[in-house]
Write a protein that binds this ligand. Structure first.
Ligand SMILES: [Zn+2]
Length: 304
């Protein structure tokens, strides 16, 4: 047991299964303590899987999403905590409608930060993961997730901040998870071309390319690749657990598992902040921390 702690902060139930999921499964399987925090309950998610669009599901969507999340956490082998804010929904239309009152995206940053700081001080993570400043995906709750996670990473160890939210704890590293890389998609597209079959995610690739035209491929920001192919089946089980949100016949499952494991066996992260010395590129979220912990233990064990 290496006994380190990883906290993955996500906006909605199902995000933990589509972003960095195999990495959390891996660290949990290797004997670390892994906690997924869902900031909202996903109450405004619509039913995205036609097979689940049946009477009785939408009426009890809140409860259904709780059951789905519990099942996903079991599949990944991680602990789970609801922070209890309300899903803002994805505003659609032109101009965009306002975010509904009471939604997470409208909660004052201090209030949301204090709630997350309380969990950080209780769980005492060595490493936290969240989204980048663009939310990884332009949903108001994802942008808010970024802001709250960064604020909590900075405040949790400071005794002057939120003195009623528990004993200070200083997490050592903060990462952004980067799931949607063009480079990865192109590796698969090339493989389909090689075997002479149409690429089932062409639409996604085109969409990524038009998004990246403005910002460049996310791979340019990746500092850390985690080898986790062995845990892809658990990731897929967790995704399927969110039955109302994920169509098992959809793009998430279009590329055969063995092809993914063979051609792109990693998940990608960007080291956003660190309080320990580490060398880029990394292959371990706990790089620099294991060494610091080992040194500390060695010092404690040394004869005096
Ligand atoms: Zn989300």
């Amino acid at each position: 047991m290496s006994g380190l702690r990883l906290m993955a902060v996500h906006a909605h139930p199902d995000d933990e299964s589509s972003k960095g999921a195999a990495t959390t499964a891996k660290y949990a399987a290797e004997g670390n303590d892994v906690l997924v925090v869902s900031l909202t309950g996903g109450e405004r998610g619509s039913i995205l899987n036609p097979a689940m669009d049946v009477p009785g599901v939408l009426d009890r969507i809140e409860e259904v999403r709780r059951e789905e999340m519990a099942e996903a956490a079991r599949a990944l082998g991680v602990k789970h905590h609801w922070l209890g804010f309300v899903d803002s929904g994805l505003p659609e239309g032109d101009p965009l409608p306002p975010v509904p009152e009471g939604s997470f995206a409208l909660v004052p940053l201090e209030e949301a930060t204090e709630a997350l700081v309380r969990v950080v001080r209780e769980f005492k993570p060595h490493v936290m993961t969240t989204y980048d400043e663009n939310g990884g995906y332009p949903h108001p709750d994802h942008i808010m997730c970024h802001k709250v996670s960064v604020a909590a990473f900075e405040a949790a160890g400071d005794p002057e901040r939120f003195p009623d939210a528990g004993e200070p704890w200083t997490p050592l590293k903060l990462y952004y998870d980067h799931g949607f890389s063009i480079q990865r998609m192109e590796v698969f597209a090339d493989e389909y071309e090689r075997i002479g079959e149409p690429f089932p995610m062409q639409e996604w690739l085109d969409r990524f390319r038009s998004m990246a035209a403005a910002r460049g491929d996310i791979m340019a920001r990746v500092t850390t690749q985690i080898e986790c192919a062995k845990y892809f089946p658990q990731r897929d089980d967790a995704l399927r657990a969110h039955a109302t949100q994920i169509d098992p016949n959809g793009a998430f499952f279009a590329i055969p598992m063995d092809m993914q494991q063979r051609l792109w066996p990693t998940e990608e992260f960007e080291l956003a902040q660190t309080r320990v010395r580490t060398e880029i590129p990394e292959t371990d979220l706990f790089a620099g921390i294991r060494e610091a912990e080992d040194a500390r233990t060695a010092l404690e064990d040394a004869p005096r």
